[in-house]
Design a protein around this ligand. Sequence first.
Ligand code: SAM
Length: 187
Amino acid sequence: MQTISSAIQAAHHILQPCLKRALVLVDATAGNGSDTLFLAEHSLPEAKVYAFDVQAEALAQAKELTRAYADKIHFLLAGHQCVDEYIKDDIDAAIFNLGYLPGGDHQMTTRAETTLAAVEKFLQKLSLQGCLIIVAYPGHSEGAREKELLSAWLEQLPSRQFTAGCYQLINHKAGAPLCYIIEKVRR
Ligand code: SAM
């Protein structure tokens, strides 16, 4: 069984130290709620967790899964590219788990253009030493396009202000999920 070598497990592992001090956390793609649950479980009791999704059924499932943390989670039926309309505070930690819901409608996948627009806004709103994690799935066609655009865009981020890295399995096929890690190191 994979423990920290899957992209999502690695993402959770990498986020943990940041969660210990984060007050504003965002799950940009709530889906069934497992990442929302992770953020709620590992953050401070006074932290606020925002969870976006464009599918009402996904948010309903996420709400059910995270019932024990209802007081600290705000669910938003909206696209993450509209983050600036919903969250006025700086963001301390955020995760994008891209693609579509396994077993769900594959048309409801994240799309390269809206993902890029959202990531740009999240990085502007990221607090100093805040961390943004993006798990990408290049194994399907929109996911491959999304990963290419994202990767090219992240590579040109100014290193004075951000560190951007990537966790990738190197002995798996090219379409295996991977995880980008971005930290704001200077305003
Ligand atoms: N984090 C989820 C979990 O733990 O179950 C899995 C997320 S799933 C791979 C991707 C989700 O992104 C889907 O539920 C989809 O509806 C959602 N999505 C697609 N476009 C979006 C957008 N523009 N803004 C927010 N969510 C979006």
